[in-house]
Design a protein around this ligand. Structure first.
Ligand SMILES: *Cc1c(COP(=O)(O)O)cnc(C)c1O
Length: 386
């Protein structure tokens, strides 16, 4: 795949090789653990394209190649969930005695992993204001080894100045990691902005159909061997059906994201005009904190955003949510169906104060007719008022 080709072209054509697949467009789903060697010498030298099921197959390779063609990374590793991609990437770069800097806006289970498992292993975590930018330099001490970023935060949508953070971190020899699940490589080129190791929950936009758990780690050349070794030592492996579903989802990710961006903005703008809504948290809307950085660094928006209601009691909030017909109440996002969850991060934050007077709700905008989604929300706001 020529790098000069557009991202949509790479998404459709990279990974797999029809000539090797009897002409079939898509790669076969290889179920396998054992791989047979032609002779003892080759077996003892592990001399084979594939050596053992855990270490990859043509099916998992097709997905890895396609991701690599999209994000320009030097190496791609598949993990059984987005969270395992996060924990593996962190474990690969940290050692006992190290300190890790993590954005205060980080995905909750990533925070729990740092606070419980990394702490247990003698690795401390310092949380920082997601809008810190170059001032992160002041937080770097003699034991600081890595900076973990997530932009925008997937509940609260602060956009981070990744180039400024990466420059400050690299000046002190740190490694920069990013959770790029929201933007995917299509909307934010993490490596071009200075990130060394990128993780994505493939569960979200890559698979896109709410039917698979998948994690993806992409690394630059500097970190490829270390992260690959750690991934291998942990014994992580993704089944061929899940890898295949990831690849199938990836083929249509560009067009899904384009629709979800436009639909999400339409719903967000409509919410901005509603008297029940205090503010809308969507990086692509002028007035949202981080909008200038978003315009500078991102090439588009995903379909996941949040809004804060004006203060309303629990009954009003539940009446709004419980009666929704199209928006499901459930975690995860990035699939074809719209979702809503209430959230409150006031007690979670340690480096910043999350100021919200009313309840906050996150919406995943799916692929339904936008007018139907707005009508569903409109009826919900009527219920809330009554
Ligand atoms: C969902 C999510 C994850 C974890 O992915 P799983 O596949 O659910 O483990 C990590 N980061 C972000 C931003 C997510 O939204």
């Amino acid at each position: 795949m020529k790098k000069a080709m557009g991202p949509e072209t790479r998404l459709v054509h990279a990974g797999g090789d029809p000539k090797e697949q009897f002409g079939f467009v898509n790669p076969p789903v290889y179920h396998g653990s054992t791989v047979l060697y032609p002779n003892t010498e080759d077996l003892l030298a592990h001399r084979a394209r594939y050596t053992y099921g855990r270490r990859g197959s043509p099916t998992t390779d097709a997905l890895c190649e396609a991701i690599g063609a999209l994000d320009g990374s030097a190496g791609v590793l598949l993990c059984p969930s987005g969270l395992s991609a996060v924990s593996t990437a962190l474990a690969a770069v940290l050692s006992a005695g190290d300190d890790l800097l993590v954005t205060d806006s980080v995905y909750g289970p990533t925070r729990t992993f740092c606070d419980i498992e990394l702490k247990r292993l003698g690795i401390s975590t310092t949380y920082y204001d997601p809008t810190i930018g170059a001032a992160i330099g002041a937080l770097i001490g003699p034991n600081t080894r890595a900076v973990f970023t997530e932009s925008p935060g997937s509940l609260t949508f602060e956009v981070q100045d990744i180039p400024a953070i990466a420059a400050a971190a690299h000046a002190r020899g740190l490694v920069v990691l990013m959770d790029n699940t929201w933007a995917t490589p299509l909307l934010f080129d993490a490596f071009a902005h200075g990130v060394d190791i990128v993780v994505q929950a493939g569960t979200k936009y890559v698979s896109g159909h709410s039917d698979v758990m998948l994690g993806i780690i992409s690394c630059n050349e500097r970190w490829r061997a270390r992260v690959t070794d750690c991934w291998n030592h942990f014994g992580l492996s993704v089944g061929p059906d899940d890898a295949y579903l990831g690849l199938r989802g990836l083929r249509t990710m560009a067009i899904r994201l384009k629709h979800q961006e436009a639909a999400g903005l339409e719903v967000a703008r409509w919410l901005e005009g509603r008297p029940e809504v205090a503010r809308v948290l969507h990086p692509a809307l002028p007035g949202c904190p981080g909008h200038a950085l978003f315009k500078r660094d991102f090439t588009g928006a995903a379909g996941l955003f949040a809004f804060e209601l004006k203060p309303v009691d629990r009954r009003g909030l539940h009446a709004f949510l419980d009666g929704l017909e199209l928006f499901g109440l459930g975690f995860s996002w990035g699939g074809m169906e719209s979702l809503a969850i209430p959230f409150d991060v006031r007690a979670v934050r340690t480096a910043t104060r999350w100021a919200a007077e009313g309840p906050c709700i996150r919406l995943n905008i799916g692929l339904e007719t936008v007018g139907d989604l707005i009508a569903d929300l409109e009826a919900g706001l009527e219920r809330l008022r009554r």
